[in-house]
Design a protein around this ligand. Sequence first.
Ligand code: CA
Length: 216
Amino acid sequence: MVSILIVEDEHAISDLLRLNLERAGYACTCAYDGMQAADLLEDTGYDLIILDVMLPKADGFELMEYIRPLEIPVIFLTAKDSLEDRMRGLTSGAEDYMVKPFEIVELLARIKIVLRRYHKADTSLEYGDIVLDTKYRTVTKTGKTVELAPKEFELLLFFMQNTGITLFREKIYEEIWGSEYSLESRTLDLHVQRLRKKLGLENQLKTVYKMGYRLE
Ligand code: CA
């Protein structure tokens, strides 16, 4: 799970952030002043830091000096909408900058962008109500775990990474089984049938006559 450190001394904002970020699937830790944040950073690795500028004990810019060597992306939060602060925030190495009051939706979108840039993005792929997690190798449908055999999992991942594209049988064999496709083999068809059944993909996982399969 992606973990985020929220450094914000105003409890109302901090609580609101934590609530919304946790709802979005992030693990959150809160620090309420600069020193506490520095302590937490010493012991724990975070994937991203949301950092208020005006903080007791050590402010956001001072803390930034401490964070930079750790190479953790930072999104600054500030009530001050001055150009000077904005420039200072970005030149001190923050990835992004948000002015209070801000929209949570916008912050969530920026978090995603920053995480993607740092390759720490969510390891999950979504297709309708199906969620596949590549890190934990789990698949859920409408929130319920679906047990898949290892090759079924690989196959589903391959389809989800290539939605809308017809995948040739030969290519699927090569990718999933690492072997040449043989005309007699029914392995692939069997796996596709099981995926359809387990995940209710009868209408979406299409057979492309004489070619292969396509996840619409
Ligand atoms: Ca503050």
